[in-house]
Design a protein around this ligand. Sequence first.
Ligand SMILES: [Cu+2]
Length: 154
Amino acid sequence: MQVKSLIGATAALFAMLGAGVHAAVQAAGPAGVQVSGCWVRTMPATLPSSAYFTIKNDADKPVSLKDVDAPAFGMVMMHRTQSNGSTSRMVHVDAVDVPAHGTLQFAPGGYHVMLEQPKSTLKVGTTIPLTLDFGAAGKLDVQCELRPASASAH
Ligand SMILES: [Cu+2]
């Protein structure tokens, strides 16, 4: 009787642990949202590097990227390059919306994550983590490949 209830309690504990792990995986990001192809144009430490990636939203609701964090850098900002004839300038953006069943690209000449003040030497060919913050919908961690300064769109 005692043994039986102990086994029951153990099974319940494992069931709880399993549920906990499952919940943690789901909390890793908004449902139906995938980030792919993340790479960084790696610049010398005195110049800003930029991160690019594609956000795909398969959900029925739009999501909004509110913030990006990169532990390898001291300063991280979301920017958009705006071209106006022969001149182009960068503007700061507070949030970027990805429509339901839509795709949004961070790419050279458009949206990018500006990365400044690298905390250590950036090695081309390695990866750094980026955390995309979708506000209440959750956060998503991605690995981004460090590519040389000469790299263009992928
Ligand atoms: Cu910028």
